[in-house]
Design a binder for this molecule. Structure first.
Ligand SMILES: Cc1ncc(COP(=O)(O)O)c(C=O)c1O
Length: 404
């Protein structure tokens, strides 16, 4: 693996996280147990949702939220062929559960300056088959959630928020992920908090919570509050193995919960540090390259207080054809880069394989984000001025070398 001077994120399992992890190993209770439950409670409180269910990844969280939305136990349930509005800038496992459940993704364009779903295009793409808005909050930022909530209410839709990149961001002081029927989160290593791998689904309905619990673990009843009822109703069954629903095994390890719980305690500090690092790189760059005509930094949308995942950057239009060379130069200087999620997802070969764009729609602005955008990491601890200056200068140097 390439060693970067400024990687996407520095190793971020800290001493106190290690202690919590070791305690779990020494206890012998490695599989999901009390710490997971406790972490779920704290997480729900932090988000401002009633319930939280921990899983082994953000991808599993999206799978679980989609599976629950389609579940026969749900009153307002999705059916095969129902249309789901999803942004063109999304992650693969935002999309795949929809396809796996026979739903029809309808791709919505984004705003270049926010990277998130464009509300006008969203409105245009609503049909009488639309049943879900599946937001993907990109890199800590979001669309206008008031507008989205208004549409959801008017059209009686389900709202799922893939918040895997935006834990701790607020829209109008309310946490992203808490606006919809389900909010999903990832604790993968570069995310706002991390347990290496891990994820969470939040919801406000007790019925949804019960469905999530069964689907997370084999479809059995024993994690839910209706277990007693099922025991009575099916006295001939072994009470430990009463299967009431479909199911997967998406459970996290107790060690993941212990580490993520410890990181959640520090999330406000992480957020401050991330913001400090981001703002410093920008101000150092702007001071040094006063007449910069190369790039712009993506700012938070109106009303959004971002817990930034990274520092998204847009190459100015006249240099966008040089993007590959610019990225190569930045990477050569030891600064790790990433595309904006996966760029315009319609360009991915799997879209063709799965025939997800038969009408050959084009997403002008998702393509523009793809053509012009990339991001660099920001760390959860305050970085030294020396390294932040190095990053700012590397950006400048790379652009000057390629574009001048
Ligand atoms: C928007 C989005 N959704 C879902 C995921 C999947 O999360 P995980 O890697 O924990 O499976 C990611 C991963 O980074 C993501 O960026």
């Amino acid at each position: 693996m390439k060693k970067y001077k400024y990687p996407l994120i520095y190793p971020r399992i800290y001493r106190s996280d290690k202690k919590e992890g070791i305690k779990v190993i020494e206890s012998g209770q490695i599989t999901m147990s009390k710490i997971t439950k406790d972490f779920e409670k704290r997480f729900a409180r932090y988000i401002g949702s009633k319930y939280a269910v921990m899983v082994n990844s953000g991808s599993s969280a999206n799978l679980l939220a989609t599976a629950a939305s389609c579940n026969p136990l749900r009153k307002k349930k999705l059916n095969i062929g129902d249309e789901v509005l999803i942004p063109g800038i999304c992650w693969s496992t935002s999309l795949w559960p929809l396809v796996q459940y026979g739903l029809k993704p309808i791709f919505v364009d984004v705003d270049v300056d926010t990277l998130n779903m464009n509300i006008d295009d969203l409105k245009k793409k609503i049909s009488n088959k639309t049943k879900v808005i599946f937001c993907v909050h990109v890199l800590g930022n979001s669309s206008n959630m008031n507008e989205i909530k208004k549409i959801v209410k008017e059209k009686n839709l389900i709202l799922i928020e893939d918040t895997c990149e935006s834990l701790g961001s607020n829209f109008n002081k309310k946490k992203l992920g808490s606006f919809g029927d389900f909010g999903t989160y990832s604790f993968y290593y570069s995310h706002q908090i991390s347990s290496g791998e891990g994820g969470m689904v939040v919801c406000n309905s007790k019925d949804d919570y019960e469905i999530l619990l069964a689907l997370r673990a084999h479809g059995w009843s024993r994690d839910g509050s209706k277990h007693k009822y099922y025991k009575k109703r099916y006295p001939k069954l072994d009470e430990r193995f009463i299967f009431i629903n479909l199911g997967y095994n998406l459970r996290p390890l107790e060690i993941q919960a212990a580490i993520a719980r410890n990181q959640l305690k520090q999330i406000n500090n992480f957020k401050i540090n991330r913001k400090y690092n981001r703002d410093k790189i920008i101000s150092l760059f702007q001071k040094k390259y006063k007449k910069n005509s190369f790039l712009s930094f993506v700012e938070n949308s109106k009303h959004v207080d971002c817990n930034w995942f990274g520092l998204p950057i847009l190459i100015n239009n006249k240099f966008k054809h040089k993007k590959k060379m610019i990225i190569k130069e930045i990477e050569n200087l030891g600064v790790e880069t990433r595309p904006i999620i996966s760029g315009n997802f319609l360009n991915q070969p799997a879209i063709k394989l799965l025939k997800l764009n038969d009408k050959k729609i084009k997403l002008k602005y998702s393509q523009e984000v793809d053509d012009r955008g990339f991001f660099i990491g920001i760390n959860t601890q305050k970085s030294s001025l020396k390294i932040l200056n190095y990053v700012a200068e590397s950006l400048g140097k790379a652009f000057i070398k390629v574009c001048n």
